[in-house]
Design a protein around this ligand. Sequence first.
Ligand code: NAG
Length: 329
Amino acid sequence: MARSSMAFLAVFVAAAAAAGSCLPAAAAGGPLPPAGTPLSFREGYTQLFGDSNLALHGDGKRVHISLDERTGAGFASQGAYLHGLFSARIKLPADYTAGVVVAFYMSNGDVYERTHDELDFEFLGNVRGREWRVQTNVYGNGSTAAGREERYGLWFDPTEDFHRYAILWSRDRIIFYVDETPIREVVRTESMGAQFPSKPMSLYATIWDGSSWATSGGRYKVDYKYAPYVAEFADLALRGCEVGRRAREEPGGAAAPAMSPAQRSAMEAFRARYMTYGYCYDRLRYPAPLPECSVGPEAAAFFPSGDGRAALRRRGRRHRTRAGADSAV
Ligand SMILES: *[C@@H]1O[C@H](CO)[C@@H](O)[C@H](O)[C@H]1NC(C)=O
């Protein structure tokens, strides 16, 4: 065998061994792994809609998508992935953004019309002086009748700087991260069955008009006087088991070990302080919690509507200290 093909074989074998789990190794309960070398937009993504409302910057490594009175915009990864770590650094539009939705998510809705899977970060705009809300959601095997929404505030202003938002999806757990902090973990349970996403998905990013629901249940709508609304994406990272390309996953899929105790307590501290809604606590919508919910004493922090009492207290404080602030939730 020629020397060059030996070298090629060695690289190939190493790649195949690494592909045993195509999740980044550090996903093993340690800190959030680095994004790796991002693909440029042209290498890894395609525009879905919004013609000139998608613009590339910085050598095709940064993407701006915008919403104006004509259209929103969106793009998707060219490949589909079974498990992996998917992240982007995102900067959201500032000022009045009520009704605006920026979504960063995994989905296979274009392949499986009735049995699709989805993992969502949705950023919900707000009126001036009020923070963006972040929502996460999980659908599996077309379970659109059972929303698993959670909503949170953030400890920073997401319109001032780029922050990293990541979804770690393994065979047995899903973790959503904001910067280094895990904010939500979904553990696969037997009772969830196929409602735990288990088919290859692509990565999507979109901006659109969600006036009918996004801000205070639709009370505050997009005002195109403030358009265009521009969401900036950088360091888009796909580190997963790409279907039909090099990395193949072993049968059953990649496992990610549990979070470290330090990460778990960071997550719990975040949730105690910043969670504004949790479907597991929503007794109006789900008189009996969905099977994967293990509701403990923390439920006392939520109203029967699923809305967090702590969030209400924080709003109350701000309301008193900032005279004239409007009352958008
Ligand atoms: C997924 O949903 C379809 C349609 O409802 C159902 O026929 C199928 O059994 C489900 N798959 C699993 C693995 O439960």
